[in-house]
Every structure is written in C-alpha cells, then in structure tokens.
Design a protein around this ligand. Structure first.
Ligand code: NAG
Ligand code: NAG
Length: 251
C-alpha cells in the first residue's frame, strides 16, 4: 500500500513536471541574462550585453529589428519649408553605450540612459525657403550624429495573463536628449539649379549644426524613440517578467 502510494506520487510528480516543461518553456532569448538584484552595475552590464542581439530583432516573438530600421516616409513641416525624408535607413543602435539603468520595481519606474553614433541614409526633398533662399531640392541625404545622448524614463505596470504569467507593461514614457558632439549633414542637390549655391548652403547648415538640428531634428528623433519604445514594449509583452529579472514581483 505504501509502495503503491509512493508510485502514485512519483507518477503524479512526473506528469506535473512534464506539464511544467510544456507551459514554462523559456521564451527569453539566451542573450538575456536576468539580474538577481536591481543594482546599477548588473542592470547596466546585462542591458549592454543584450543590445547587439536585441537590435537584430526576434521574429519568433514579433519583435522587429532596430538596427537597421527604416523610416519609410517622414515629413517635417516647418514654417515656409517642407522637408520630406524617404526610405531613411537608420544604423548604429547596436553600438550604443549604456550609461545608466535604474529599475525601481516597487515604484514601477524604469530609466535608461545611453549614447550612440547614428547614421541616417535615404532620400529627401525640400520645397520652400531656407533663410532668404528659395529652395527646391531633392536627392540623397545622409545625416550622422556623434554621441547623441538620450535618457528614457518609463512608467511600467505589471500585467498578468489568463494563465497567471506576469509581464512588464508600459504605462507611459518621456524622454530627453542632446545632439551631442556633432551632427553632419550631407544633402545633395539642395538647389536643383545651382551646385555652387547648394554647396554654400550645405556648408552653412554644417557650421550651424546645433541650431539646424534643433530646428529640424525633433520629428526624426521622436519617430525613432517612439519606434524603439514600441519595440521594447512588444518584447516586454512576449517575455515573462520572471525571465527578465530574478527579483520577486512587488505585490
Ligand atoms: C543570478 O544567479 C544565478 C544563480 O546563482 C547565476 O547563475 C546567474 O549568473 C546570476 N545572474 C547574474 C546576472 O549575475
Ligand atoms: C562615436 O564616434 C566618435 C568619433 O568617431 C568616438 O570617439 C566615440 O567613441 C563614438 N561613440 C560611440 C558611442 O560609439
């Protein structure tokens, strides 16, 4: 009778275990190494280590690539000038350097600070006026950002699915950034009629890169940040909390 009971327990255990195996197959890719505590040191290191792989995208989890990513079409309406970018290809995220990560699990608050060199390549057209020059240009565009600094501040929440598995969710976010050390513009053909004028104005834009970036850049940065945040959100909703951080969820 005792033996029978034991056998019974073992069989039940085995069934339970195989069930666990089935429902708890790890979803996080191997490059995610969960921290055992929320120390800055561990969070920065594991975030830094994950970036080069994370930005390649994870099609099996529905997470798109971030390096490169494409801006199909983006219009920047300015007073007196309309600039549109087409097929912009943004590269460089894989080499971003993580400066700080704060994860306050109780406060449901997450902060990520990093800096990167990014390149945006594509085509553009511009119609209107820059300064006093009537502009009517179109051609290839290349913009390089050196040490763009960014701080993203995310309010999170915990979501439980119908199987009782926990996930990080996003409540809202805000961000701040600095154009960093240098932005260079290479915009071909600003004035269809005059190569010389095109070169002169392009040189002027580069000499005044900070002012020009502040005037033109925000829609592009907003677009990139929104896309990056939505990508991180997809990842959060696909991979359980327990696989991202090895600290119990605050009640
Ligand atoms: C967390 O602890 C486990 C078990 O001790 C260990 O294998 C793992 O490397 C630790 N994670 C980190 C990121 O240090
Ligand atoms: C960006 O490029 C500059 C100059 O080439 C270099 O000094 C800097 O370390 C780079 N920054 C990053 C985040 O790779």
């Amino acid at each position: 009778m005792i033996l029978h009971n034991r056998m019974y327990s073992i069989i039940v255990l085995c069934i339970l275990c195989s069930f666990c195996e089935l429902t708890h197959t790890k979803l996080a890719p191997d490059f995610i190494r969960p921290c055992n505590e929320t120390s800055r040191e561990c969070l920065v290191k594991s975030t830094q280590d994950a970036i080069p792989e994370f930005v390649k995208g994870m099609p099996n989890l529905g997470v798109p690539p971030l390096d490169p990513f494409t801006i199909e079409k983006l219009s920047i309406p300015l007073s007196g000038l309309k600039v549109t970018f087409y097929q912009g290809k943004v590269t460089g995220f894989r080499k971003c350097i993580v400066d700080n990560v704060i994860s306050e699990l109780e406060k449901r608050h997450f902060v990520l600070e990093f800096h990167c060199n990014l390149t945006i390549k594509g085509a553009y057209d511009a119609v209107g006026k820059i300064l006093l020059f009537p502009i009517n240009g179109e051609g290839d565009a290349k913009i390089k950002l050196t040490n763009l600094r960014m701080k993203v501040d995310i309010n999170t929440k915990y979501i439980k699915d119908n199987k009782g598995v926990n996930y990080f969710g996003l409540r809202n976010y805000k961000y701040s950034f600095d154009y960093g050390d240098r932005v260079t513009f290479d915009l071909q053909n600003l004035f269809k009629e005059s190569k010389q004028l095109s070169d002169t104005v392009l040189a002027f834009l580069n000499e005044n890169w900070r002012t020009v970036s502040e005037e033109f850049g925000k829609p592009i940065v907003d677009y990139a940040v929104e896309l990056a945040i939505r990508t991180i959100e997809k990842f959060f909703l696909a991979v359980p909390y327990e696989e991202l951080i090895n600290v119990p969820i605050p009640s």
